[in-house]
Design a protein around this ligand. Sequence first.
Ligand code: IFM
Length: 453
Amino acid sequence: MGFKKDFIWGAATASYQIEGAACEDGKGPSVWDRFSHEPGKVLEGHTGDIACDHCHRFREDVALMKEMGVKNYRFSISWPRLLPEGTGEVNARGLAFYDALIDCLIENGIRPIVTLFHWDYPSALQARGGWENPESPQWFLRYATLCAERYGDRVKDFITFNEPQCFIGLGCCTGVHAPGYVLPPSATIPMSHHVLLAHGLTVRMLRDRVPGVRVGYAPCGDPRIPKSARPEDIEAARKAYFSTPADAAGWPFSVAWWSDPALLGRYPEDGLRHFAQYLPHGWQADLTAICQPLDYYCQNIYSGRVVRAADNAQGYEEVMQPVGHPKTAIQWPVTPDALYWGPKFLYERYRTPFMISENGMSCHDVVSLDGKVHDPQRQDYMHRYLRAFRRAAEDGVDACGYLAWSLLDNFEWAQGYTERFGLVYVDYQTQQRIVKDSFHWYKTVMERNGENL
Ligand code: IFM
């Protein structure tokens, strides 16, 4: 066995992280434009003003994808590039940019997979309360409808939201991402409900407007890895993975809070015990709209946490990694089993075809004396994780795709350009692209449908 024949192999990026052209061609400001220009918010004062200059170099980037044999490319649309004020007047030049990108992908035999929202929220809407405003699901729906009507003739794969855990959790609970707020659950729980409602309304709209559409959703959350194969440890890991912490900074990283309503039509019981009081009035009635069938349920997974059964109130405890356990450059532990247990637990709970919509490694990449970028650690990381994912598929998970994060080195949010996740190195001074060794390796993996793993 192995990966199924029509397995979706590809690579992913996001608008603010690569596009640049932040103030060009009529684009409106996003919360990330504002936040990155505030002193002290992003490491070394980096901004996405230029990023990988992808808006001007997308043809070169598509040519690189073709060279790598990428058949599926996940990218996001910048909402304020299409609607500078978030609603209302449409920016024709913004629409034209994505027309050109989509056409170029299709001409090169690459399937576009569009993420509708990957964090660059229009500043104009943030000024009106952002996701806290009860009108926010309708604002999003209008933007998504514009995308469906304009691009739905050529784009058949849409992902609604990327990692709501982060844009609400890091953006509005701990404030380390844009828009940079530190708010209590009384403000952030309503936001989460509005995001979920926007998701459900959008799935329904896409099915109405885009013939043959496939729709996904891409939350995240560290899988819990059982310490041993003992059933008690496996149960402990499952319980920990789907729990919703009660604290103001912890709950946003719940997997179940963001996925149970969308896939099961209910909020998790523990989450309701902590937070039902903050949900908007009449929230129960929205669950029907929120819970829409998905063609694939996606997760972005980079690392997991080891858990074992414990004789305490919650029934489990986290086990620290031993001293010296391998970590990536961004200090995330290397835990390939996350790509076994994450997909397994998620598939058992949600019973929906499952896709890894991001996975990859940040390394201290350098251009060597021979002019090349040798990144054996990234290759080894992906190799181990993909083997674990294949094992999950062999154990019954309907694994339908894997998208490497990322095609290019790019703007890594609060870390600026200090972290490199790309299969292609970017020299930010010259915008030269240099393919890394992992680019060649991943090409063979995709070509052989993972048989060489
Ligand atoms: O770069 C990010 C991406 O935007 C969202 N998922 C995690 C990646 C690495 O941090």
